[in-house]
Design a protein around this ligand. Sequence first.
Ligand code: CO
Length: 296
Amino acid sequence: MNMHYRKVKTMIEPQSIMEGAGVRLKRSLGGDALNYLDPFLLFDHFGSPHAEDYQAGFPMHPHRGIETVTYMLAGEVQHRDTLGNEGSIKAGDVQWMTAGGGILHEEMPQVRPEGNAGFQLWVNLPAALKMTRPQYQDVSSREIPEMTMEGGAKVRLIAGHVNGIQGAVNTIAANPMYLDVSVSPNGSFTHAIPQGHTAFAYVFEGKGSILHDEGQDWVASPRLAVLDDGNDLKIVTEDGSVRFLLVSAKPLCEPIARYGPFVMNTQEEITEALDDLTNGTFIWQEGGLPHERTIS
Ligand code: CO
């Protein structure tokens, strides 16, 4: 098979929106520009030095049928949920939460001198796992492998494989790759992405050029570049540096029905989720017996 570099299929300019109880963020997926990039449902970039842009946070809210992945660049977010988990994620940390059959949680950014910054990605769950047991993979910054690659790029390996090393987050259904890549001036980064997998690069600092068989596409911060199918991604810099997330996963190719924090396969399942919330039967439970847990 011929080498085939991935080119940019669609360039998305993030939209400024308010979410939660009043958090200012930039949305690239799950909004007007692109509602669904199978299996990715939503991609938000939050970041502000001003407390009023983030401190209202995300008070107690439900999720069902998806995974949420939070990667922090600066500041701290405290979380707690209906399973009794609580903790905080800080700069460089990742929280990969499988909401599965139902969870209620809150995510509250803490006011810090450095502000608050990071990303939240929603990954769809296959039909067979939508009602699975909720679980967390909380990964602290020091557990995330960091490496320097040929071409000088520095990579933080959150999920997937690079040079035979496995990422910090594993056993995720969609077999995802999630890399934080920094390339210095006059550098390059090349990495294989399995053919057929959905992939995007989100450039959040500087700019880089994606080289492909027909030319090159410059991507400057902040932009989400949806990549065309192919084998490898090659990105180079000239006199400036670039930093981006490279995310890919196998598409599910299943019907979706989405309503806010619920993403299921049919409208009936959305109605069921809303009924469960009303009836107090929303939270996932072993064996499906009535179960209530309150957070004080
Ligand atoms: Co949430």
